[in-house]
Design a protein around this ligand. Structure first.
Ligand SMILES: [Mn+2]
Length: 240
């Protein structure tokens, strides 16, 4: 048996090729696993559990079929789908997992996070994150209509693209000291995260973390999955 990890699928109604590949993954490889962890940004933008987009309905139905078949499915908020809530969980059978959770993986203590909290050099992003995740902001978002939230999401996507173009790529990667601190605080030797779209297995010694950091890839041009079993782990790219 194995446990699978994915992140940054960025599902949306405009790129059916991503949706089809991910649905195929849920119907195929994921069914053989004992658990699936989705470490954030499952969706390109989630404006709330009340979004009636038919693409999102199909995805939720497929997740439900997966959990009904006995595969445990855990979903972590990413920076784009942090409004995933209880209705989504009820519909899919998925469980929300807190950013920064430690799980026992075949005897190893492994820290899981989306990854954006580690990008501490990107001060503008960290400021925006604090505002967006503030309970007051979340309260305001909840009372806005779907149309208003949709308009806000479109604007944020636009701003985010602009920010990515204008910011040096090293600033948008993790800060090594932040990684070390994060792992030390959690007292772990293993960290799995996504967000940066730089799939890699960073062995201990490469940097000074003293542990292994596995970065999941995004699904823009291919799939990316980490397969972990008692025998070991492998970061695999899934061709499209
Ligand atoms: Mn992200």
């Amino acid at each position: 048996m194995s446990t699978l990890f994915v992140s940054d699928i960025h599902l949306n109604g405009l790129q059916p090729e991503i949706t089809e590949q991910f649905l195929g993954f849920l119907r195929g490889q994921a069914r053989q696993a004992e658990a699936l962890y989705i470490l954030g940004d499952l969706f390109e933008f989630w404006i709330g559990d009340d979004d009636p987009d038919p693409t999102y309905e199909r995805i939720q139905n497929e997740l439900k079929a997966l959990t009904d078949s006995g595969v445990a499915c855990y979903v972590m908020h990413g920076n784009r789908d942090f409004l995933l809530g209880n209705a989504f969980c009820r519909r899919t059978g998925c469980q929300l997992l807190k950013d920064g959770s430690v799980i026992n993986l075949y005897g190893k203590q492994v820290l899981l996070c989306h990854g954006d909290v580690l990008c501490t050099d990107d001060l503008a992003y960290q400021r925006l994150r604090r505002i967006l995740r503030h309970p007051l902001t979340l309260g305001v978002l909840r009372v806005l209509s779907i149309k208003q939230r949709q308009a806000l999401a479109n604007r944020m996507r636009h701003e985010s693209r602009k920010h990515t173009q204008q910011t040096h790529s090293t600033i948008m990667d993790v800060n090594q000291q932040a990684v070390t601190r994060y792992m030390q605080q959690a007292k772990v030797q293993w960290l799995i995260h996504g967000h940066t779209h730089r799939p890699a297995v960073h062995q201990p010694g490469t940097h000074s973390t003293g542990g292994t950091r596995i970065v999941l890839g995004d699904w823009h041009h291919q799939g990316s999955v980490l397969n972990w079993s008692a025998q070991g782990h492998e970061l695999i790219s899934l061709p499209r």
